[in-house]
Design a protein around this ligand. Structure first.
Ligand SMILES: C[S@@+](CC[C@H](N)C(=O)[O-])C[C@H]1O[C@@H](n2cnc3c(N)ncnc32)[C@H](O)[C@@H]1O
Ligand code: SF4
Ligand code: SF4
Ligand code: SF4
Length: 410
């Protein structure tokens, strides 16, 4: 008699423990080292060959296997399914889907934490000529991109931003978003957003001017942003609001959540500043507010299980272009420059190995995670892990996880 894992299950071994990934329920079940050893042995051997079926040891093993059967994770059978072919990993090249265009490094605010280090005196970093932005929008569409975000700095300070939006609209992007501090949004902009199907993302740091403006270092910015938010909502322009938490505004979290509710925005857990640009400063970190740590329960499905063995599910298909023309895999991954758009075509960059390597970063390459049984269900943010690492390694494990796969302890 043999014992097989169900077809909808996979056993993933870690350095000490292992996990059964159940694609039917989406649950990831942690098992200890001896249970993992037992299941591995069962994959190739009849149970009668593994132990004496009348021994007390056998009762213990069979109890465990029966428990798995009750959970629909395994089954007893006359044959072994070990010889069944494994599904092959995805090998098709990753296609471009999402593009950030950082139109300008200039900004009318000078936020304490700004990852792009934007501010009023940063205009000299705007090196991409207008015709290049226009051609890029076309090249990216031709390469498969469906979604585009115009960001900065403050994108509305880029003199011909409307031209670029019109271009994206005319060539058929599915989703066009502008990420703006909204201080420059007037009635005319709102008519334009409506006409060209533009969605807006903006940011608030508090529900009051004194704290918000102490983060932006821009007097009256709270009033201007809130006025714009109200107008955008009245005009039914699709809007999302981000809030970033640092020491200066950590006591504002309940007020921010209340404000979201008053504005009819979905509940969201504000993010903590990331250690990039001006945000890479210990003094800015909140003292009590934290994001939830990485820990079980983890969930899985077969597609993401397969995909996560080949590439980073967050980064793959994304690309950001800074105002200097640098190509980076994500707006926060400022250290991972994969080329420059002033010297290369987008097609060249997309096939070049630096970008492909970033897209194909997976947990089998990450220190510590590569030996963890949760590695194909647990996602992380590479630029965040890199930013928190003293050596700024792209392959550093995330700081928000206390798991030690070598001892099996949290
Ligand atoms: C760089 S801004 C550009 C768009 C616009 N100027 C604005 O502030 O909404 C985009 C978003 O990044 C956030 N951000 C900037 N620096 C950050 C950091 N170090 N960590 C996390 N988010 C950051 C801002 O708070 C804002 O929500
Ligand atoms: S976070 Fe946005 S508004 Fe603040 S300085 Fe950076 S680009 Fe400007
Ligand atoms: S972050 Fe790494 S070590 Fe922690 S649970 Fe996820 S894969 Fe495992
Ligand atoms: S989660 Fe991290 S890698 Fe993904 S888009 Fe956000 S910052 Fe970039």
């Amino acid at each position: 008699m043999y014992y097989n894992l169900q077809k909808h299950c996979k056993l993933v071994k870690g350095a000490t423990r292992a996990a059964i990934y159940d694609f039917k329920t989406g649950k990831v079940h942690s098992i200890n080292q001896s249970a993992a050893g037992l299941l591995s042995a069962c994959q190739n051997n009849a149970l009668e060959d593994l132990w004496d079926m009348s021994s007390s040891e056998s009762t213990q093993y069979m109890t465990f296997l029966n428990k798995l059967e009750q959970k629909d994770l395994g089954f007893f059978d006359e044959t072994s399914s070990a010889s069944l072919p494994e599904r092959s990993l995805p090998d098709s090249p990753v296609k471009l889907e999402f593009l950030w265009l950082e139109l300008t490094a200039a900004c009318n605010s000078k936020c304490l934490h700004c990852y792009s280090e934007s501010g009023p005196s940063r205009k000299e970093l705007d090196l991409v000529p207008h015709h290049r932005w226009l051609s890029l929008i076309e090249e990216a569409k031709a390469a498969g991109a469906t979604d585009i975000q115009f960001i900065g700095g403050e994108p509305l300070l880029y003199p011909k931003w409307r031209d670029l939006v019109i271009k994206a609209y005319e060539i058929g992007y599915d989703y066009i978003e502008i990420f703006t501090n909204a201080t420059l949004v007037d009635d005319d902009c709102i008519d334009f957003f409506k006409q060209y199907n533009v969605s807006i993302a903006t940011t608030i740091y508090a529900n009051n001017a004194s704290v918000h403006d102490s983060v932006t270092l821009h007097p009256n910015s709270f009033t201007k942003t809130m006025n714009a938010i109200k107008k955008l909502l009245e005009a039914k322009i699709p809007l999302r609001i981000a809030s970033i938490i640092m020491k200066a505004n950590e006591h504002e979290v309940p007020n921010i959540l209340k404000l979201y509710e008053e504005l009819g925005m979905p509940d969201a857990y504000p993010d903590v500043i990331r250690p990039t640009g001006r945000g890479d400063d210990q003094h800015l970190l909140p003292t009590t507010y934290t994001k939830p740590p990485i820990k079980p329960p983890f969930y899985t499905d077969e597609t993401s299980f397969m995909a996560s063995q080949t590439y980073c599910q967050c980064l793959a298909g994304k690309l950001a272009i800074t105002s200097t023309g640098d190509i980076i895999p994500c707006i926060f991954a400022r250290n991972q420059v994969c080329g420059n758009i002033l010297t290369h075509s987008l097609a060249e960059v997309l096939t070049d190995s630096p970008l492909q390597q970033c897209w194909h970063t997976n947990k089998n390459q990450i220190e510590k995670c590569k030996d963890c049984e949760y590695r194909y269900a647990c996602t992380d943010c590479r630029p965040l892990a890199q930013g928190n690492d003293p050596n700024k390694s792209w392959l550093a494990p995330p700081a928000a996880c206390s798991y030690n796969p070598y001892t099996g302890e949290w």
